[in-house]
Design a protein around this ligand. Structure first.
Ligand SMILES: NC(=O)c1ccc[n+]([C@@H]2O[C@H](COP(=O)([O-])OP(=O)(O)OC[C@H]3O[C@@H](n4cnc5c(N)ncnc54)[C@H](OP(=O)(O)O)[C@@H]3O)[C@@H](O)[C@H]2O)c1
Length: 286
């Protein structure tokens, strides 16, 4: 698999990374299957794993912890805090470390910062950013990050205010049509040398019928890697095979792909760009 630089961190990762939200009972993935999928991913060269304490009440973290065991040093492990306060975030981190059976995480992320008001809360005295900085100073976390999938202006503001090592943002082909991180966020983030991680590659499964093109589109963007949610061995093998034979998508093919999927650009499908998850109304920018 093609390896790319991870911003200015000096690290490199393959273009395909692992989103671990779905290796849980709620997605009909047993613990035994989860452990096998994760180990197969590592054997195939995947090194970057994304999880969060909020994924199935910690079950995603717990399973990664069990799967890594002796392989902890071979992987780049990312978890998050959805709490916007310092104290709440530090408590979440302590619990994450226990579930992940480790004493450090490679990257700790402010999870899903949707609005400027939420960003302000994270940056306020006693806010979550203080926890991130403290944990990094203590060596418990090695690098800092933020994620968002709604309004690129919020993540642009975040990288202006703080030198995050990476940012995780929504970069599916369907995201091209509204509040586009590809257009509004990537150029400036790349200029600053921030590592960019793509998500929503399959628009929560809606782009599954076009899975090769969906991966090809996102891998063709100027990003470091993309975390893809995979919940079965079959999905992992298919995505590995696309990543292993990846060649940049020509512009002509990209336009034809946009035409095929334009009908998906609505707030029922792109829920992460809706005002509320199931509101059916677009998020409105101030
Ligand atoms: N704000 C945040 O920080 C945030 C938010 C959400 C997610 N995440 C992270 O991002 C990761 C990816 O999640 P996402 O929300 O971006 O979802 P996604 O990757 O767009 O969609 C994942 C879904 O696509 C389908 N899929 C995957 N490979 C396939 C294949 N080869 N063929 C057909 N279908 C395939 C599966 O859906 P089926 O169920 O249909 O099989 C899978 O559950 C998560 O695991 C999590 O780690 C972060």
């Amino acid at each position: 698999m093609e390896q790319r630089a991870y911003g200015s961190t000096g690290k490199q990762f393959p273009i395909l990374s692992f989103g671990a939200q779905r290796i849980v009972d709620a997605h009909n993935c047993t613990e035994e299957q989860a452990i096998r999928i994760v180990n197969r991913a590592i054997d195939a060269g995947i090194t970057y794993f994304d999880t969060a304490p909020s994924y199935s009440n910690g079950q995603s973290e717990e399973r990664l912890g069990k799967a890594f065991q002796a392989r902890r040093k071979d992987v780049h492990l990312v978890t998050k805090t959805h709490d916007r306060t310092r104290d709440g975030s530090l408590k979440l981190l302590e619990e994450s470390l226990k579930r992940l059976q480790t004493d450090y995480v490679d990257e700790w992320r402010l999870h899903n910062v949707m609005t400027m008001e939420e960003l302000d809360r994270c940056f306020a005295p006693g806010g979550a950013l203080e926890a991130l900085i403290e944990a990094k100073e203590q060596g418990i976390v090695k690098s800092l990050s933020i994620s968002g999938h709604t309004n690129p202006r919020v993540q642009l503001e975040a990288i202006d205010r703080h030198p995050f090592d990476s940012v995780l943002v929504a970069l599916s082909a369907a995201d091209h049509f509204i509040y586009s991180f590809a257009h509004e966020f990537l150029p400036k983030a790349n200029e600053k040398g921030v590592a960019i991680v793509g998500m929503k590659v399959f628009a929560l499964g809606k782009l599954a019928p076009w899975y090769e093109k969906a991966l090809g589109y996102t891998f063709s963007l100027p990003i470091s890697t993309a975390i893809v949610g995979m919940e079965s061995m079959e999905q992992l093998e298919r995505n590995l095979s696309v990543a292993q034979s990846f060649a940049p998508m020509p512009e002509t093919e990209r336009v034809e792909f946009f035409k095929e999927i334009a009908h998906l650009a609505n707030p029922e499908v792109l829920r992460w760009k809706a005002s509320e998850w199931t509101s059916g109304q677009w998020y409105v920018r101030a």
